[in-house]
Design a binder for this molecule. Structure first.
Ligand code: FUB
Ligand code: ZN
Length: 648
C-alpha cells in the first residue's frame, strides 16, 4: 500500500511539473508551413543551400570520418579538434528541421547513414567523444585539451558540450521521422551521464566547461519524461561556482572562472559575464528550468542577469559579446563598433535565451529582443545566398579588418572552428517554430511571417493563415479557420518598434518616437485596440474564415544610444520596423564611414527585388545616401560599412 501511495504520489508530482511545464508552449515546427515571402525564401535557402553546404563541409573536413574511425568502420586518425563532434550534431539537427519543413527521402536516408556511424562510435557504456575513443586515454599524443582521461579536463574538452548538441539533434530527428535510432544513442549517453555525475559515491562533481548540455538535458526530459535528466540539468546549474563542493576550473583563457560563469553560484550571479555563448546557454537553461519548476533563486538571478545583458551590453543588432578577448561580454555600455566581436553563435544563443524567457514569463519584451536579433544580428551572420558566414559581426568596417579570423570584412564558406556556420544551419530552418505559441486555450501570434499553421485548441483543429510583406511592410492579414465555431482568446504581439520603443530599457531610443496607433480590423470592421503588456488580446467566438487585419505604421526611425555608450556619442542609427540599416561603400561611391546624417534627413523607402536577393533600400537625396539592411552587408565583396552615423 505504502509503495502504491508513493507510486501515485510520484505520478501526481511528475504530472504537476509537466502541466506547469506546458504553461506556454511553442507550436511544433511541423505544424507551421511557409509558402511565400521573406521567411519562405530563407527556409528554402536553408534546405537548398545552407544545410547541404554545411553537410558537405563537415564531410570534407573529416568530422564525419571521425565517427567511422572511432566506431572501427574505417581506418584512420582523428582529424580536427575536440569540439568538432558538436558541428556534426548541429548539422544533423538543422537537417532534421529541414525534414520537418518538407519531407525529403534522400536526406532522411542520408541521416540514417550518419546515425549508424554515431551508434558505432558510441562506447558500450554510452560514452561518445570521438577524439578520445580514437586516441584512447593518453596524454601528449593528441589535442591535450581533451584531457588525459574522461572528463578530467572538462573545462577544455567539450565532452559534455558535444553531447548536448547530440541530444538536440536526436530530438529534432525523432520529431521529424518518428524514428528512435538517434534518440537511443542520445539516451544511452544521457544515462551514462546520470551514472557518472552527482554527489554519490564514485560520482564526479563536474560541470560542463561549455554550457549547452543543461538545456539539452531539459529538452530530453521533455521528450522522454525521464526525470533523471531534469535532475542532472539542475545539478549542472547548481554546481557552477561551488568551490566549496568542487574545485573551480583551471583557467583556459587566463580570464578567471567568470569566463565559464563559474565564479560564484548561479543564484548569486548578477551580471552577464564571460564567454557570451557559454553564458547565454546557461541562462537559457535557467529560464527553461523555471518553466518546469518554481525556484525563487533562479528567478531573481535570471531577471537581474537579463537586465544587465539587455539594458547595458547589447548591440543595436541584438549582437552580444562585445569583447574579442575571451569572446566575452564586456562591462556595461562598452560597445565598440569597428572592433565589435558579436559572434554569430552569441546571437543564436541570445535568441534561444530570450525565447525561453518568453515561454517562462509570457512577456512580450523577450520576443522584442528575439525579433531584433533575428532580423539583424543573426541574419547578418550568413550571406544572403546562405553559403557564406561571418564569425565576427562588427557594427562598422573599413573593409579590411579581419579579426584574425579572416571574417571581419568578407564572409567565408567555413572556419576551422565552425561553430557559427553550423549554428546558422541549425537555427535557420527552425524559424517557423517561433512564430506562434499556446497558453492553455489562448493562441499567441508572436512573429509576423507569411505561413499557414495547424493548431489544436480545445481538442478542435484551428487553421491560421498569415499573409504579410513583413519585415518590409507593417500590414498583416490573419485568417482564422476553426473546424467548427470556437471561442478562444487570440493574442497578437505588437512589437515594441510599433509603439515607439526601440528596445526594452533605455539603451537605444528613437529620436522621432511619434507613433500612429495600430489599426485593427476584424472582417473589415475597424475594432478598438487595447495593447496590454505588448499584446492585443481578441476574445471571440471564431468562425471559419474570420479575417484579422493589422496595420503597423513603419516609419524610418532615427535611433540614439544611451549616453553612457562612448562609441556612439553624437551618432545616430537608422531603423525601419524590425530592420537596422547600414551604409555600405558599394552604394555610396566607395565610402561609408564618413557619411553624416541630420535629424531632418528624409529617406524614401523602396523594395528592390533584384538587389541582395530582394531588400528594401532607404535613399536620401541630402548627401546622396543609400542604406541597405545591415544583415545584407558584405555580400558584394569587402567595402566600408557603418551603422552609427555622425549626427550633424
Ligand atoms: O567552444 C565551442 C565554440 O567555439 C564556442 O561556442 C565558440 O564561441 C567558439 O569558441
Ligand atoms: Zn560561433
Amino acid at each position: 500500500m505504502y509503495k502504491y501511495c508513493l507510486f501515485v504520489f510520484a505520478i501526481i508530482l511528475s504530472h504537476s511539473s509537466i502541466s506547469q511545464d506546458l504553461k506556454i508552449t511553442p507550436i511544433p515546427l511541423k505544424n507551421v508551413k511557409t509558402h511565400q515571402g521573406f521567411w519562405h525564401d530563407r527556409i528554402q535557402t536553408a534546405r537548398q543551400t545552407t544545410v547541404p553546404h554545411v553537410l558537405n563541409k563537415i564531410e570534407k573536413s573529416g568530422r564525419i570520418d571521425n565517427f567511422a574511425v572511432a566506431g572501427g568502420l574505417k581506418k584512420g586518425v582523428f582529424q580536427g579538434t575536440r569540439f568538432d563532434d558538436s558541428d556534426v550534431f548541429k548539422t544533423v539537427e538543422g537537417a532534421a528541421y529541414v525534414l520537418q519543413n518538407q519531407y525529403d527521402p534522400k536526406l532522411d536516408k542520408y541521416l540514417d547513414s550518419l546515425i549508424v556511424l554515431f551508434a558505432a562510435a558510441q562506447e558500450p557504456d554510452g560514452y561518445l567523444y570521438t577524439i578520445r575513443t580514437i586516441n584512447k586515454d593518453t596524454t601528449g599524443s593528441y589535442d591535450w585539451i581533451a584531457g588525459p582521461t574522461r572528463y578530467s579536463f572538462e573545462n577544455g574538452s567539450h565532452e559534455l558540450y558535444n553531447v548536448g548538441h547530440l541530444y538536440e539533434a536526436a530530438i529534432a530527428h525523432y520529431e521529424a521521422t518518428g524514428k528512435k535510432t538517434l534518440l537511443d544513442v542520445a539516451t544511452k549517453n544521457a544515462d551514462h551521464l546520470v551514472k557518472t555525475f552527482g554527489t554519490g559515491p564514485g560520482q564526479l562533481i563536474v560541470v560542463p566547461g561549455h554550457e549547452e548540455t543543461e538545456t539539452a538535458l531539459i529538452s530530453l526530459y521533455r521528450t522522454t519524461g525521464k526525470k533523471e535528466y531534469l535532475d542532472l540539468a539542475r545539478f549542472f546549474i547548481d554546481m557552477r561556482g561551488r568551490s566549496d563542493k568542487r574545485p573551480l576550473f583551471l583557467d583556459e583563457h587566463k580570464l578567471g572562472p567568470s569566463y565559464f560563469q563559474d565564479h560564484i553560484p548561479v543564484i548569486r550571479q548578477k551580471e552577464a559575464v564571460g564567454h557570451a555563448v557559454r553564458a547565454q546557454y546557461l541562462y537559457a537553461a535557467i529560464a527553461d528550468m523555471l518553466s518546469i519548476e518554481k525556484n525563487e533563486g533562479y528567478d531573481t538571478a535570471i531577471h537581474r542577469i537579463w537586465d544587465d545583458a539587455t539594458l547595458k551590453k547589447q548591440y543595436i543588432t541584438g549582437g552580444v559579446g562585445a569583447r574579442e578577448d575571451g569572446e566575452a561580454f564586456d562591462k556595461g555600455y562598452v560597445l565598440p563598433n569597428d572592433n565589435a566581436y558579436a559572434e554569430t553563435c552569441a546571437a543564436v544563443a541570445n535568441m534561444l535565451w530570450n525565447h525561453k524567457m518568453y515561454l517562462y514569463t509570457g512577456e512580450a519584451k523577450y520576443m522584442d529582443v528575439f525579433e531584433r536579433v533575428l532580423y539583424n544580428g543573426f541574419l547578418g551572420g550568413m550571406s544572403v545566398k546562405g553559403d557564406k558566414f561571418f564569425y565576427v559581426n562588427p557594427m562598422a568596417s573599413d573593409g579590411k579588418n579581419d579579426f584574425g579570423k579572416g571574417s571581419g570584412a568578407v564572409r567565408h564558406e567555413w572556419f576551422g572552428t565552425a561553430c557559427c556556420p553550423t549554428n546558422v544551419s541549425r537555427f535557420l530552418p527552425s524559424m517557423p517554430s517561433y512564430i506562434y505559441a499556446k497558453k492553455g486555450d489562448e493562441v499567441v501570434v508572436n512573429l509576423f511571417a507569411d505561413n499557414e499553421a495547424n493548431l489544436t485548441v480545445k481538442n478542435s483543429s484551428v487553421k491560421l493563415n498569415q499573409q504579410t510583406k513583413y519585415p518590409w511592410e507593417g500590414n498583416v492579414k490573419i485568417t482564422v479557420s476553426p473546424e467548427k465555431q470556437l471561442a478562444f482568446p487570440l493574442s497578437i504581439r505588437i512589437p515594441g518598434w510599433a509603439t515607439g520603443k526601440a528596445i526594452p530599457g533605455d539603451l537605444y531610443t528613437y529620436k522621432n518616437a511619434d507613433v500612429k496607433p495600430v489599426v485593427l480590423k476584424i472582417n473589415g470592421k475597424t475594432t478598438a485596440t487595447n495593447i496590454e503588456n505588448g499584446f492585443i488580446k481578441l476574445n471571440r467566438n471564431w468562425k471559419k474564415g474570420d479575417v484579422i487585419e493589422l496595420v503597423l505604421d513603419m516609419p524610418v526611425r532615427k535611433v540614439k544610444a544611451n549616453e553612457n555608450v562612448q562609441a556612439n556619442k553624437g551618432k545616430i542609427a537608422i531603423e525601419k520596423g524590425p530592420i537596422v540599416y547600414c551604409a555600405e561603400g558599394h552604394d555610396n561611391g566607395g565610402k561609408a564611414l564618413s557619411i553624416a546624417l541630420s535629424d531632418d534627413q528624409v529617406f524614401k523607402s523602396s523594395y528592390n527585388k533584384d538587389l541582395l536577393e530582394g531588400v528594401n533600400t532607404l535613399k536620401s537625396s541630402k548627401g546622396n545616401v543609400t542604406l541597405i539592411p545591415y544583415y545584407a552587408w558584405a555580400n558584394r565583396g569587402a567595402n566600408e560599412m557603418v551603422i552609427w552615423f555622425e549626427n550633424k
